[in-house]
Design a protein around this ligand. Structure first.
Ligand code: WT7
Length: 653
């Protein structure tokens, strides 16, 4: 093992297969079929992606399928298309015209449905409003909204006129919004009066006003009416969206754009540093989100797909809006909190709407676990046929709970590995055929050349931990960091530059190992790797061992400098709500032994701190960077604009 490699200590041997009934109806129902796709993609990767691209509606066809000039890529060069046409018009032209595109439930329980035809009409009106306000192709439009249908319409309306959207999560602060608008040069902002969250109202327009005071280049603000709370309108700049839409025509002569036309900028959650504006373009992105949605979620015409992610991050972009609508699917969208009015809201929604596919994050699953299984057990979840997770490694305990308590032992789970930067899913099971193992995203999809390598780029041996890389450009790859090409090169392309051994690899920032079946086990971000007595350990495995203890619901592990050992391991642990105070005093010692027993004494934390909350990004990622500083006794420095709750830091100190 080379000294740079990351040592793996997690052992998990349970395996699961899709049922015969699931296999029989799946798009990919046999190993032969999957192997044939892999073979095609390996022999002719570009031809393989062209085949997927032909699933979209194009104006003129591309003349060059891919142009690669390390590290700059273009896909389907010379082709023209419109992303919103591919989400709407193509279905309105078929028998899907009157099928539900969007089923929306407010936190108060109101349900509204848009058919494809109705959604197209509203997107057309919205596009006409934008044009009327002087927004044109190439302009950047900010979207600062909650989970309401107008957010989906806003994205599609921007795409329709060739404006580049920049969605900022609706609960970010005024400063975070200002920075992202300023950095991207936005000229228009779409927001709403207020959003409902856990029974209270988040005053989005009021927060936006604080940011707008410092954004002189934003000449137009469109406000969707959702809650009806009082807001201040700035004359000339601010307009009620519903008023303008009511007056706008529902027909719109749509233009097609170059395949490489910028579709959106999305700032990454920034768990490791200052947010980066990830730029995605049109043809390649649409190709891969359509392909992955169809196969990974095994979409069928009668599905009702429910994704709990927010529209403010990439999962919402790719797997609420573009990928699902491009396939003509019915998408269920919920405005509010999972625990409002009670902790069974998601299960209640699934039962009432008869949702068939459910996609959520491990952090949410661990919260459901800590609330107790009585909540989901109260509901008939038999409509579900497929479950998915994304966002971080799912610890095997949480996987098993999800499989049993939510999936009732009959739904395959697709553990999907990808990033804001990759745009679409890269590593995931094909649910009809891939053998599932709790805790691994399994294998790269056909067309994706991912691998685990040593620092010198040579492939790691089975079960040897190393760096997760992608060896060939893929269509939905980020094109740059907006306004910072150097950061694009430094972050993703400087670790494995072209050399005599290889042509240069994309570096994901993640540590991983491949087992002897070729399954990828993600071990966490390499920036978070802890060095213990000369062994480099990924945080994910130690955290997984901690949460496998019955009384623990969340854990984060970091290293702090130690005079004797070089590094000491510090674990921040949240225990279940029902653990009595007296018991909390006993737990640290017990948990240290538990980790030693689960994965070995080497990973035994030196210190365990029981805490009430962990610093997380809004998308649920633990900000270990901040915990490292706290564990080391230092001040928290660096960017904290993506932090969900600043009180957490105070309490930890
Ligand atoms: C990072 C990307 C992709 C949408 C949401 C997060 C981690 C993501 C998995 C998974 C293990 C995962 C990685 C990755 N991650 N999915 N299934 N198993 N780790 O997007 O905020 O850009 O974060 O999330 O560390 O690099 P993001």
């Amino acid at each position: 093992m080379s000294s740079d490699s990351i040592k793996s200590i997690l052992q998990e041997h349970r395996t699961f297969e899709a049922s015969a009934a699931f296999k029989q109806r799946a798009h990919i129902g046999s190993q032969d079929q999957l192997q044939a796709m892999h073979a095609h993609a390996e022999q002719d990767p570009i031809g393989f992606w062209e085949e997927q691209a032909r699933e979209l509606s194009w104006g003129s066809k591309w003349d060059t399928p891919m142009q690669w000039n390390y590290p700059t890529v273009e896909w389907f060069v010379g082709g023209t298309l419109n992303a919103s046409v591919n989400c709407l018009d193509v279905h309105v032209a078929t028998e899907k015209r009157n099928k539900a595109a969007l089923v929306w439930e407010s936190e108060e329980g109101d349900v509204r449905t848009w058919t494809y035809q109705q959604l197209l009409a509203d997107v057309n009106r919205f596009a006409n409003v934008l044009l009327d306000q002087g927004i044109k192709k190439g302009d950047v439009v900010g979207i600062y909204m909650g989970m309401i249908p107008e957010a989906v319409m806003a994205m599609l309306a921007c795409a329709r006129i060739g404006a580049t959207h920049n969605v900022v999560f609706g609960a970010f602060s005024a400063e975070a919004l200002r920075e992202r608008m300023d950095n991207s040069g936005a000229v228009c902002l779409i927001t709403q009066d207020g959003a409902r969250r856990r029974g209270s109202v988040q005053r989005l327009k009021a927060v936006a006003d604080e940011a707008l005071a410092h954004l002189p280049n934003i000449h137009t603000v469109l406000v969707a009416k959702n809650v009806g709370n009082d807001i201040v309108m700035s004359r000339g700049r601010d307009h009620w969206l519903h008023e303008l839409m009511a007056a706008a025509p529902m027909k719109h002569d749509v233009q097609l754009f170059d395949s490489e036309h910028p579709l959106f900028i999305l700032y990454t959650s920034g768990s490791t540093g200052k947010p980066k504006g990830i730029l995605h373009t049109t043809g390649g992105y649409m190709t891969q989100v359509k392909y992955t949605s169809k196969y990974v979620f095994d979409l069928r015409d009668d599905d009702l797909y429910f994704c709990t992610a927010d529209i403010g991050w990439i999962t919402g972009h790719s797997y609420i809006v573009y990928g699902l609508l491009a396939n003509g699917a019915s998408v269920l969208m919920y405005e509010g909190a999972p625990n409002y009015p009670e902790k069974d809201r998601f299960w209640d929604i699934i039962e009432r709407h008869q949702a068939t596919v459910f996609y959520t994050a491990p952090t949410a699953i661990r919260a459901f676990m800590s609330w107790g299984e009585a909540w989901p057990r109260k509901h008939d979840l038999s409509s579900l046929r497929l479950l998915g997770t994304v966002g971080e490694p799912i610890n095997p305990e949480a996987w098993m709970w999800y499989y049993d308590v939510i999936g009732r032992n009959k739904c395959p789970i697709v553990d999907t590995w990808w990033q804001t930067e990759t745009g679409s899913i890269m590593i995931a099971p094909m649910p009809g055929v891939t053998t599932m193992k709790p805790g691994t995203a399994t294998q790269p999809l056909p067309g994706i050349m991912a691998d685990v390598v040593n620092k010198d780029g040579s492939p790691c041996k089975p079960n040897e931990g190393g760096y997760l890389v992608v060896k060939h450009p893929w269509p939905s790859m980020l094109r740059t960091v907006f306004g910072d090409e150097k950061r694009y090169r430094d972050t993703y392309w400087s670790h494995f530059e072209p050399c005599d051994k290889h042509d240069g690899y994309y570096f994901t920032g993640d540590g991983a190992r491949k087992d002897s079946d070729g399954c990828f086990w993600i071990m966490g971000r390499v920036d978070d790797v802890v060095n213990v007595s000369g062994h480099r350990l990924g945080t994910a495995e130690i955290e997984s061992a901690l949460v496998s203890h019955a009384e623990v619901s969340e854990a984060a592990v970091v290293a702090r400098p130690d005079e004797i050992k070089g590094n000491a391991l510090v674990a921040f642990v949240i225990v279940n709500a029902n653990v009595p105070t007296a018991r909390k005093a006993e737990l640290p010692a017990l948990l240290r032994e538990h980790v030693a027993a689960e994965i070995g004494p080497i990973a035994k934390p030196d210190e365990i701190r029981i805490t009430d909350a962990l610093p997380k990004t809004r998308s649920g990622k633990i900000m270990r960077r901040l915990l490292r500083e706290i564990a080391g006794g230092g001040e928290v420095t660096g960017d904290t604009t993506t932090l969900e709750d600043h009180n957490v830091l105070e309490n930890l100190r």
